[in-house]
Design a protein around this ligand. Sequence first.
Ligand SMILES: O=C(O)CCC(=O)C(=O)O
Length: 286
Amino acid sequence: MHPTDAEIAAYQRDGVVVLRQVLTPDEVGDLRRAADQVAAAPGPLAVRMADDAETGRFVEDFRRRHDLPALDRIARTSGLPEAVAALMGSVTVRLHHDHVLVREHGTAQRTPWHQDQPYYDLDGHQTVSCWLPLDPVPADESLQVVAGTHLGPWLMPRTFREGEAKWFPEGTLADLPDIDGALAGDPTAFDVRSYAVEPGDAVCFHFLSVHGAPGTSAERRVVSLRYVGDDVVRAARPWRTSPPFPELEGVLDDGAPLVHPLFPVVWPEQPPPGGGGVPWKAAATP
Ligand SMILES: O=C(O)CCC(=O)C(=O)O
């Protein structure tokens, strides 16, 4: 799957682009089953963003590809790695992590505006998240991305519920502007992109793009896959990142490339373990 020159240019300029029908129906079916398994049995990193029979349930989970082989296989061998290599202009692509978001029966809970990279332990610019809807989502209930914000600056990451600065110390990064307030006064105050999407589509956005999402009126299952390119290195943090990677402590120094089994190279296609020259297409350990 290779994006067009126009799609690559849009990604570089805006930090967001939608790619249509990148996943096959079988891959969508497998990801749906994986999302349902996550919702039925959330893992140790799961967060319940909302849990109310009236206003809806919303669970998020991280790093589940290690126990869900279909999720791991699709993250590595679908058309996504080739597509993101082209979008970020990188020779090599590594899978960084997976993030599953299930709004079970629709939920009023909004995902607040934020950038992803300040929650991580990464420096570098060649990054892409693929937001993969597993149910049809209308534009007014879809991911919202503020075009151009991938060029910076970094903005203060805060906890979604209490708004606490649990990562960078208070005052060290500027706060996000009041995007909703500004948009209420002037709908053109920010260039917000949101797309009506079908299962199989991918909204690709940069780790620094400011994004959020409104509540939904129906079930909305999503898998977000995070990929990094050649220029991304570890930025060691004295705090617990979200998601955390405690396995890297004392193993990957600050500034080190992400050469670690947790972040497998997924592009160019990898030969199967043991050689043989046939592109690797089966589920495997990291
Ligand atoms: O789907 C959502 O509600 C938010 C998604 C998000 O923040 C992400 O994928 O980084």
